[in-house]
Ligand binder design. Structure first.
Ligand code: ZN
Ligand code: ZN
Length: 353
């Protein structure tokens, strides 16, 4: 936690601000440790002030102590707290991606005289490279999800519903000590698996079905993300198995490219190339991957249009898929830590054949 505020301040000049009002709750958590859902963090050149409300009077000072942030509990005096907290700042940055229109108008009124500056991704940029403690939390979340799947796989049988399998995964995640699920667990079978973001239904598993399970857990705020795809009854030939082989090969090709300094778009191209060779180019309906951390989807994005490069300390997914309407879909997804010369997988559940 210590040092994050200073790293943020180091970017103020380039962003053209001398203070930043942080309104994205995840960014506030990253910078200070505060887990409440209401509040704004005023980061100036020398000091940081969290303005929140009475519900957090007890928890906020304890949580933010390590970051060196002061806490002010606002009642009807919120205006004066914010104005005082930003006094002396001529160029006040707002997070364009999270501040609401009404809040922007209110601040413009309150800070009459200061210039408001729209900023993009200042904290998100810092969040991309994970420190040891962050990686340990993501790895713990991934291990819980791995174990939850191992139990749920026992349940994969003809006649069991998508909803039942999802509930088993969720139960395993909860009972192993995770804070929560990382997102709503996806279990999609048969034609439903052709929808990349299907929600579990009462449809029961049938022989030969493709089954996609995509899920993760949360440990101390940090998330994991993994997809495993199965075929009920195992290999039986046909397009389903061809898709499985191609997607699996695509993921291997993508993962083989992951290392510090590699263009993000190159990982995407590696996956896409394998699927194109299998005539499945048009069946790959989404980007190849995304950063994972306090948010389930965060920077960087691994897609064909991405312009940056992978860096040591990024935690990203590689998740090619193929989806054919009416037939079904396949996706393989792992969360990996980027290293100087490759990657280390954080999700490790074995793959069914
Ligand atoms: Zn996923
Ligand atoms: Zn994902």
């Amino acid at each position: 936690m210590a040092g994050r505020l200073d790293r943020l301040r180091a970017g103020f000049d380039v962003a053209g601000v001398d203070a930043l009002v942080v309104t994205n709750p995840t960014n506030i958590r990253y910078l200070t440790g505060f887990t409440g859902s209401a509040g704004e963090l005023l980061v100036g050149a020398d000091a940081a002030l969290l303005v929140t409300d009475g519900r957090y009077a007890e928890q906020a000072p304890t949580q933010v102590a390590e970051s060196g942030t002061e806490v002010a509990i606002a009642g009807t005096d919120r205006r004066s707290l914010v104005v005082d907290g930003l006094r002396g700042s001529d160029r006040v940055g707002l997070e364009a991606g999270s501040v609401t229109w009404s809040e922007q108008r209110r601040l413009a009124d309150w800070l009459d005289g200061s210039g408001l500056v729209a900023t993009e991704g200042l904290v998100e940029e810092l969040r991309q490279v994970k420190d040891e403690g962050e990686v340990a939390r993501i790895e713990a979340a991934a291990a819980i999800a791995d174990a939850a799947l191992a139990d749920a796989v026992e349940l994969l049988a003809v006649g069991v519903s998508e909803r039942d399998v999802a509930a088993a995964i969720d139960h395993g995640i909860r009972t192993r000590g995770a804070d929560d699920r990382a997102f709503v667990t996806i279990v999609a079978a048969g034609p439903n698996s052709a929808l990349p973001h299907a929600r579990p239904t009462d449809r029961t598993l049938r022989e030969g079905d493709l089954v996609v399970c995509d899920f993760g857990s949360v440990v101390d705020g940090y998330r994991s993300d993994m997809t495993r795809s199965f075929r009920m009854g195992g290999r039986a030939g046909g397009q389903e198995d061809e898709m499985r082989d191609a997607v699996r090969a695509a993921q291997a090709a993508g993962l083989a490219r992951v290392a510090d300094g590699v263009p993000l778009a190159e990982v995407d191209a590696a996956c896409r190339g394998v699927l194109a060779d299998a005539d499945l180019a048009d069946a790959f309906l989404h980007g190849t991957g995304h950063g994972v951390g306090l948010d389930i989807h965060e920077a960087p994005t691994l897609s064909g249009s991405a312009t940056g490069t992978l860096r040591t300390g990024h935690v990203v997914t590689v998740e090619p898929g193929a989806y054919l309407a009416g037939l079904g879909g396949v996706r393989w997804e792992d969360t990996v830590l980027v290293t100087d010369d490759g990657h280390r997988a954080l999700t490790r559940a074995p793959r069914a054949d």
